[in-house]
Design a protein around this ligand. Structure first.
Ligand code: 5GP
Length: 352
């Protein structure tokens, strides 16, 4: 047994130090990024915020909402849509706004294989970027899986995870990953830390993993734990190239979930993808050897996602003006974190 004594940080442990700035308004800030991916050679041009591949978040309607809004965000589609619906969506819209998700199970691989043989893909409208998602990205089996996918899909951008430490980021990048997904346990409906005691404070994970990835020409996506727009700014400030959001984008018209009314208010259900609810819905129950590592919550209905996006993107732009970053690209270079013991003044609660 060993104890690492240096303190690791979460979003709640820091604030961003303001810096002298010549920017006049948040309108002057460009929050788009352009990346060229190490392995696929493709380029990304957009706002590097991704809706998580979860029920209620990674939906077609969310992607359509983003397209309509022209915001430049993208959606990692949850992996439970049938092939016909997927090919129909990619016809209609092409691959720009979405990431095709798969786990390490045969059914997912078979579905992707069938998609690659479809007319849609042959017409150049099939998946150009995929998200390989497992709860624990530390197994050799996963590294082998990633390497096999890279060999099979040389021109496709691969995002894969999740891990939280530099050595594993390096291993995945060397195996063929363009973007490593970072985060174990910080999610809003995740119970991994409670069930297993395993995890890593998210801001430190981002800082350390970004450093490792950038050293090899790879990128990272900070996945999980953002609860307010300021957390997203801190993730980018810490070096994240992409940020993935679950809970912050849940509860909207675009969630494709039933809206229920209780005590005169509207609610939706939101749940982790390895919760009992998800496993019952998609797999017919929780497999015996594994405990559920996600929870189910009821959250207030928040209307169209456009309003939430305005808050998120406005907050991010404003953070950039506070540190004098004209472009999101400059945010990390201009970020100094200050360790704090209090974030906000709680005296009047949330306000009206
Ligand atoms: P959030 O933005 O809600 O804090 O975190 C979203 C992330 O939580 C997802 O992208 C995914 O990595 C993670 N997640 C989603 N469902 C589950 C689950 O059931 N268990 C665990 N451990 N993590 C989950």
């Amino acid at each position: 047994m060993r104890i690492e004594e240096d303190v690791k940080l979460d979003f709640k442990d820091v604030l961003i130090r303001p810096k002298r700035s010549t920017l006049r308004s948040r309108k002057d800030v460009d929050i788009g990024r352009e990346y060229k991916f190490k392995w696929s050679g493709r380029t990304f041009n957009g706002v590097p915020i991704i809706a998580a591949n979860m029920d209620g978040v990674g939906t077609f309607e969310m992607a359509r909402g983003f397209i309509k809004d022209g915001s430049g965000l993208s959606v990692a589609l949850h992996k439970h849509y049938p092939l016909e619906k997927l090919t129909a969506f990619y016809d209609e819209h092409g691959p720009d706004s979405v990431w095709y998700s798969i786990g390490m199970v045969k059914d997912d691989e078979d579905k992707l294989e069938a998609f690659l043989k479809s007319k849609t893909h042959k017409n150049g409208k099939g998946p150009d970027k995929i998200c390989l998602d497992v709860a624990n990205g530390y197994s050799q089996h996963f590294v082998d899986f990633v390497a096999r996918m890279r060999e099979k899909l040389p021109g496709v951008t691969i995002m894969a995870g999740n891990v939280v430490t530099g050595e594993m980021v390096e291993e995945l990048i060397l195996a063929g990953v363009d973007i490593v997904k970072v985060g174990i346990g910080p999610g809003s409906v995740c119970t991994t830390r409670t069930m297993t005691g395993v995890g890593y404070p998210q801001l430190s994970a981002i800082i350390e993993c970004a450093d490792a990835a950038h050293g090899l020409g790879g990128l990272i996506c900070a996945d999980g734990g953002c609860t307010v727009p300021g957390d997203i700014a801190k993730a980018f400030g810490g070096g994240a190239d992409f940020v993935m959001l679950g809970g912050m984008l849940a509860g909207h018209t675009q969630s494709e979930q039933e809206i229920v009314e209780a005590e005169g208010k509207k609610f939706l259900q939101f749940y982790g993808m390895s919760s009992d609810t998800a496993m019952k819905k998609h797999k017919g129950g929780v497999a015996e050897y594994r405990a559920s590592e996600g929870k189910t919550v009821r959250i207030p209905y928040r209307g169209d996602v456009a309003g939430t996006l305005q808050d998120i993107l406005g907050g991010l732009r404003s953070a950039c003006t506070y540190v004098g970053a004209r472009r999101l690209k400059e945010l990390s270079r201009r970020t100094s974190f200050i360790r704090v013991t209090q974030q906000i003044n709680p005296v009047f609660g949330q306000g009206l």
